[in-house]
Design a protein around this ligand. Structure first.
Ligand SMILES: Cc1cc2nc3c(=O)[nH]c(=O)nc-3n(C[C@H](O)[C@H](O)[C@H](O)COP(=O)(O)OP(=O)(O)OC[C@H]3O[C@@H](n4cnc5c(N)ncnc54)[C@H](O)[C@@H]3O)c2cc1C
Length: 410
C-alpha cells in the first residue's frame, strides 16, 4: 500500500488526483489524497471572467468534496505549511488556523504561483490581484459598482501578459455591452507593460495582432512603461509620470510563495520555484515530485518548462503514467513538454493564437472556440466527454437566454 499525497488542486494537481484516484482509488489499496485550502476549483485562466462578472459559477466551478467522492481520492481542506522529509510528514493548517500532520509515501507539490510585484512599493496595498478565485471575486466586488455607475471611470492594469490582456479585453467588452443597454459607465482601460510589447513571454508574431485587437476595443496600451510605485488612486512610473485610476490591478510576472523556500532543504530558484530534474523530482529525494508553475523543470534544449496551463496539464498526465510505472517497480521516464502553441482570448468572441512552433498565427472567433477547447479538455479529464458535452450544451442554452454580463456572482 502506498499513500500518495498531492498538494494543490489546480490545473496540474486536480488532473493528477483524478487520474490517480480513478486508477488506484476504488480498486487497489493505494491511497490518493488531495490537500487544498479552497472548497471549489476554478480553471485559473478564467479568473479574469470572475473579475469581470461573466463567469458562470453554476456550470464551471467544481466542488472538491463531490469530485473526490466520485473519483476515488480523499480531499483534505487545508494548506500545506511545512515538511519533514525524514519522517515523510506534512504539516497542514486548516482555514481556522488549526494544525495537523499528514504522512505520505509519495508527495506531489503543485501549489502554483502568484503575480510578482517585484517588491514595488505600495502595490500590495493599492492594487488588486487575480491569483485566486477569492481575489478575483474581491476584484469583481470593486469593479461591479464602477461598471454600473454613471460617468467615466479609469482602470489601470499592470502587466500585459495573458492575464492582463484577457482582463482588459473582457472588461472592455462588458462595458461596451452595458453601454448598449444604455446603462453603466464608460471604462477607460489602460494596460501598462514594462517591456516593448504586449505578451512579452509569448512569441513576437502574436504581440502586434493582440495589441491591434486591444486598441480596436478602445484600450490604451502603454509599453516601455515601468511602474515604480503604487499609491491610492495612482501609479507612478520610473519617469515620474502619474497614471491616475479609480482601480488598479497588478497582473505582472509570476513568483511562488515564500514558504516554498523553507521546505526542509528543497532547493528553490529566484522565483521561489522548486528545482527539479527531468523526472520532476528534487535530485536528492525520490519520494517527492513537483509540477506545474511551482516547478523549475529543465528541458533537453536547456530551457525550462514554461508556467502555462498546457504545461501543467501535460505534466499531470505524465506523472499519472509514471506513478503506474513506479508502483510496478519500473524506472521513471523524463517529462518533455510538447508545446502545442498559445492562445490568448481578447474578449469573449475573439482570440489570437500561434500554432506549429509559431509558424501559424490565427485570429478570430473560431480561435476563441479553440481557446475554450483547452478548458474543455481540462474538464474532460475531470468528468469525461459525456458530462463535458452536456455542460457545453447547457452553456449554449444559458447564453442564449441570459445576458453575457451576469453581475450577480454568489
Ligand atoms: C487570470 C489568469 C489568466 C491566465 N491565462 C492563461 C492562458 O491564457 N494560458 C495559459 O497557458 N496560462 C494562463 N494562466 C496561467 C495558468 O493558469 C497557470 O499556468 C496554471 O494554472 C498552473 O497550474 P498549477 O496547477 O501549477 O497551479 P494553479 O492552477 O495555480 O493551482 C495551484 C493550486 O494550489 C493551491 N494551493 C496554493 N497554496 C497551497 C498550499 N499551501 N497548500 C495546498 N494547496 C495550495 C491553490 O489553491 C490552487 O488550487 C493564467 C493565469 C491567470 C491567473
Amino acid at each position: 500500500m502506498s499513500r500518495i499525497v498531492v498538494v494543490g488542486g489546480g490545473a496540474a494537481g486536480l488532473e493528477l488526483v483524478t487520474r490517480l484516484g480513478r486508477s488506484f482509488g476504488h480498486k487497489s489499496n493505494h491511497e490518493v489524497t488531495l490537500v487544498e485550502p479552497s472548497s471549489h476549483h476554478y480553471w485559473k485562466p478564467r479568473l479574469h471572467e470572475i473579475a469581470a462578472g461573466t463567469f458562470d459559477t453554476e456550470l464551471d466551478a467544481v466542488s472538491y468534496l463531490q469530485h473526490a467522492t466520485c473519483n476515488g481520492y480523499q480531499y483534505v481542506q487545508a494548506a500545506m505549511a511545512g515538511l519533514d522529509r525524514e519522517t515523510k510528514t506534512l504539516l497542514l493548517r486548516n482555514n481556522s488556523g488549526q494544525e495537523s500532520a499528514l504522512q505520505y509515501d509519495y508527495l506531489v507539490i503543485a501549489v502554483g504561483a502568484v503575480s510578482n510585484d517585484f517588491k514595488t512599493p505600495g502595490v500590495s496595498k493599492h492594487c488588486l490581484f487575480l491569483d485566486s478565485s477569492d481575489q478575483a471575486q474581491q476584484a469583481w466586488q470593486q469593479i461591479n459598482p464602477l461598471l454600473r455607475a454613471e460617468g467615466n471611470h479609469r482602470i489601470s492594469i499592470v502587466g500585459a501578459g495573458a492575464t492582463g490582456v484577457e482582463l482588459a479585453a473582457e472588461l472592455a467588452k462588458v462595458s461596451a455591452k452595458l453601454q448598449r443597454y444604455r446603462h453603466g459607465a464608460e471604462l477607460d482601460i489602460t494596460l501598462i507593460e514594462a517591456s516593448d510589447r504586449v505578451l512579452p513571454a509569448g512569441p513576437e508574431c502574436m504581440s502586434g495582432k493582440v495589441q491591434k485587437a486591444l486598441l480596436k476595443q478602445g484600450i490604451t496600451v502603454r509599453t516601455n512603461t515601468r511602474v515604480q510605485r503604487a499609491e491610492e488612486g495612482k501609479l507612478v512610473t520610473a519617469e515620474g509620470e502619474i497614471i491616475a485610476a479609480d482601480l488598479q490591478v497588478w497582473a505582472a510576472g509570476i513568483k511562488c510563495a515564500e514558504w516554498l523556500t523553507q521546505l526542509d532543504g528543497l532547493e528553490t530558484n529566484r522565483l521561489n520555484q522548486l528545482k527539479v530534474d527531468a523526472n520532476l523530482q528534487p535530485t536528492f529525494d525520490s519520494n517527492i515530485f513537483v509540477l506545474g508553475d511551482s516547478a523549475e523543470c529543465p528541458q533537453p534544449d536547456g530551457s525550462f518548462v514554461p508556467p502555462r496551463a498546457q504545461a501543467a496539464n501535460q505534466a499531470a498526465g505524465h506523472l499519472a503514467r509514471q506513478f503506474k510505472r513506479l508502483l510496478k517497480g519500473k524506472s521513471l521516464q523524463p517529462f518533455i513538454f510538447n508545446d502545442g502553441g498559445m492562445v490568448v482570448a481578447v474578449g469573449h468572441d475573439y482570440a489570437v493564437g500561434v500554432l506549429m512552433n509559431d509558424k501559424l498565427v490565427l485570429r478570430g472567433r473560431f480561435v476563441r472556440n479553440l481557446y475554450d477547447t483547452i478548458f474543455r479538455l481540462h474538464q474532460r479529464v475531470l468528468f469525461g466527454w459525456g458530462r463535458v458535452t452536456a455542460l457545453v450544451l447547457l452553456k449554449r442554452i444559458k447564453c442564449a437566454l441570459n445576458p453575457y454580463y451576469k453581475g450577480n456572482l454568489s
